[in-house]
Write a protein that binds this ligand. Structure first.
Ligand SMILES: Cc1cc2nc3c(=O)[nH]c(=O)nc-3n(C[C@H](O)[C@H](O)[C@H](O)COP(=O)(O)O)c2cc1C
Length: 362
């Protein structure tokens, strides 16, 4: 078969809970917190958003509002869980359903030391039967879609056939989507960051999986940076997940709703997004003040945590450096006047960008 042949969606009847969203923003620790998700939702209405990974003990015993709270505008929102115990994962899935999450996902891709000491994350690729049991338990516990995020392989289990075996065993539990980070992970010798960069991307094997297992839904992940790249992948797989590109250039998602979700709503503008995001910042600062007045030890997110999601809003546009510098200063000394000046600054930069575009076009 032509390896570039498009996926034929109607070759096998496929069932899943809810429809597949063709584009998602990846779960990222220390990135996809509620603030970044709030920003992303102002840019794209329909892209599926993921939380950071939350471990089962944190879900079961942690401060729920702090760890699992989110704003209603963040839907559709998936909770990513880290764990390897079917009962605990089922209990977490129930909590996710109670809290109104739209999907629960199990992390079978993370290689960090913390994950290794708990024997979950990518370690679970070596134990597909356990992942299957986890998915069975989660699907029995809730009616939400239950999805699996994994890698091409781990350590010596890195042939295509190894991944196929993993998927075949887990598919018996009928997960609603397999998201494949298209590179393997090494448990020893590489840091998590290196494990996201050093092992080569092997897209062809994910395409082959989608072709050879038409009964499962496949999302590809790893290294995609543009809407055109998403479109190209959607010829071969059901969905595309972007991680770092969403952080480095969130505005690339401004085109996503119209292009991939058939939305007819007008695309957002940066100044409008900045203005709306600042409402969130002010809300958070007001809540923090109220907490301090009430004697709470938790003072709420810092200005840096609140402002970093919009740092890269002008990536590739004139004034991107000035925008970042201004925000960095505000992170050090957040003032009401400084924050209030941001929408006008965004309008100014947008005008500079438009002038540059016109000059280039003429
Ligand atoms: C800072 C950071 C944190 C991450 N945290 C998680 C995580 O919590 N759970 C997970 O499954 N993957 C995590 N990842 C991996 C991403 O979800 C994604 O699989 C990876 O970055 C490859 O996609 P990309 O090239 O589009 O970034 C993280 C990646 C980054 C950069």
């Amino acid at each position: 078969m032509d390896p570039r042949a498009p996926l034929e969606h109607d070759r096998a009847p496929r069932q899943r809970r809810g429809r597949v969203r063709p584009v998602s923003v990846a779960p990222m620790m220390d990135r996809t917190d509620r603030h970044f998700r709030r920003l992303m939702r102002l840019i794209t209405r329909h892209t599926l958003l993921y939380t950071e990974m939350v471990t089962c003990p944190a879900v079961l015993h942690g401060d729920r509002e702090h760890i699992l709270g989110y704003h209603p505008s963040e839907h559709p929102l998936a909770l990513q869980l880290g764990g390897d115990d079917p009962e605990a994962l089922a209990a977490c899935a129930r909590i996710a359903a109670e809290l109104g999450y739209d999907e629960v996902n199990i992390n079978v891709g993370c290689p960090s030391d913390r994950v290794q000491s708990g024997n979950f994350g990518v370690c679970l690729m070596k134990d597909p039967a356990r992942v299957r049991d986890c998915v069975v338990a989660m699907r029995e516990a809730v009616e939400l879609p239950v999805t699996v995020k994994h890698r091409i392989g781990v350590d010596e289990l890195d042939r295509y056939e190894d991944m196929l075996h993993f998927v075949d065993v887990v598919a018996a539990a009928e997960p609603d989507l397999f998201t494949v980070h298209a590179r393997k992970a090494w448990l020893q010798g590489l840091s998590p960051k290196q494990n996201r960069n050093v092992p080569p991307l092997r897209y062809a094997e994910v395409h082959r999986l989608a072709r050879e297992r038409p009964g499962v839904f496949v999302e590809i992940n790893g290294g995609f940076k543009t809407a055109d790249a998403i479109a190209e992948q959607l010829e071969r797989v059901d969905a595309v997940m972007l991680g770092r590109a969403a952080w480095d250039d969130p505005w690339l998602f401004a085109a996503v709703d119209q292009r991939f979700f058939a939305s007819e709503a007008p695309a957002p503008t940066r100044p409008a997004v900045v203005e709306a995001y600042l409402e969130h910042v002010h809300e958070q600062l007001a809540m923090a003040r109220a907490r301090v007045e009430a004697g709470s030890r938790y003072k709420g997110p810092s200005a840096t945590i609140l402002l970093r999601p919009i740092m890269n809003l002008f990536t590739g546009r004139p004034g991107a450096k000035r925008w970042k510098r201004t925000l960095n200063e505000l992170c050090q000394r957040p003032t009401r006047e400084g924050l209030d000046a941001l929408p006008a600054f965004a309008v100014e930069l947008e005008a500079e960008g438009a002038a540059r575009d016109r000059a280039r076009a003429s």
